[in-house]
Design a protein around this ligand. Structure first.
Ligand code: GLU
Length: 297
């Protein structure tokens, strides 16, 4: 595809988790992804990441759609994609990885993992802390089958086996070009949780491909996830979008904005009488409400 074809067919997306209302950081992120597609004559799509059955709430889904519309964001496509309706698609992707021997069932509880890490002098660490020590990777096929039939388990990617299969991984950054990925820094990540037949990594990767997303714009905190997603794309034969990671917003004390931080949700701003057109214009020019600023790397 030539660079101009790539722009004409651009598809971007916003993929919120309905675990609360959107804050202005989400609004800013959604506006950027929306504007990027609109400027290129492409499509902007919306996906609700509601695989977390305990924390996702239907009222938050409705609230998110309302917040986006209030901010003047429109999305394309007949329907909004809901991950909770696509569990069979994720199961098929997981089956493919199972068939290739690249995932294994893990029976460890959080407490067991913490104890194992504490007891080991050489527990593997990545930039985000201790990694899963690989306890269940060592089980024999017979042990796996026997325990999987009766014990709750998640499915983990066998990172070393996956990388041996894929070879070196890289992804394309919108500004910096090709970036060497190091998914091994995340260890044997979970691809299907004990309480859900998928995980964020598997679902997001599968869905970005299914939605035809060509450009992913998301927060800097998901840079490590991008390394993992690029690996999964290679393993599953999916196209790799171009990525751009934006800085996160922090409050006056330097804390990242969270859904629980008071006073900064789009719903609260609306209730306090904010003009959505002015707010959107401010966010577009990088002007944030008093006390909110970009986190510097
Ligand atoms: N659902 C994720 C979140 O709300 C975003 C995932 C993504 O953009 O890939 O943080």
């Amino acid at each position: 595809m030539s660079p101009s074809d790539e722009l004409q067919n651009m598809v971007t997306r916003f993929a919120p988790s309905p675990t609360g209302r959107l804050h202005i950081g989400h609004g800013w992120s959604a506006l950027m992804a929306h504007d990027m597609a609109r400027a290129a004559g492409g499509a902007f799509r919306l996906r609700i990441e509601d695989i977390d059955g305990t924390r996702s709430r239907p009222e938050h889904v409705a609230g998110i759609l309302e917040d986006l519309r209030w901010l003047g964001i429109d999305w394309d496509g007949d329907a909004v994609m809901h991950q909770s309706q696509r569990l069979d698609v994720y199961a098929a992707a997981l089956d493919r990885l199972k068939g290739e021997g690249l995932v294994y069932p893990c029976f460890c509880t959080r407490a067991e993992i913490a104890a194992e890490i504490a007891a080991s002098a050489s527990a593997p660490h990545g930039p985000e802390g201790a990694l899963y020590p690989g306890t269940c990777r060592a089980l024999s096929p017979a042990q796996r089958a026997e325990r999987a039939a009766q014990e709750p388990h998640c499915w983990r990617l066998d990172m070393a086996a996956a990388l041996a299969r894929s070879g070196p991984i890289r992804w394309r950054d919108a500004e910096q070009g090709w970036i060497d990925a190091h998914p091994e820094q995340a260890g044997d990540v979970v691809l299907a949780r004990k309480d859900a037949p998928t995980s964020y990594h598997l679902a997001a990767t599968t869905d970005d491909a299914a939605m035809g997303v060509t450009h992913v714009l998301r927060g800097e905190d998901l840079r490590t996830a991008t390394d993992i997603h690029a690996l999964l794309q290679t393993l599953l034969g999916l196209p790799g979008p171009v990525y751009r990671h934006h800085p996160l917003l922090v409050d006056a004390s330097g804390r990242r904005l969270a859904k629980r931080t008071g006073g900064i949700t789009l719903a609260e701003l609306r209730e306090s009488g904010a003009d959505p057109a002015c707010l959107a214009a401010d966010l577009r020019s990088g002007v944030f409400p008093v006390g909110i600023s970009l986190q510097h790397a």
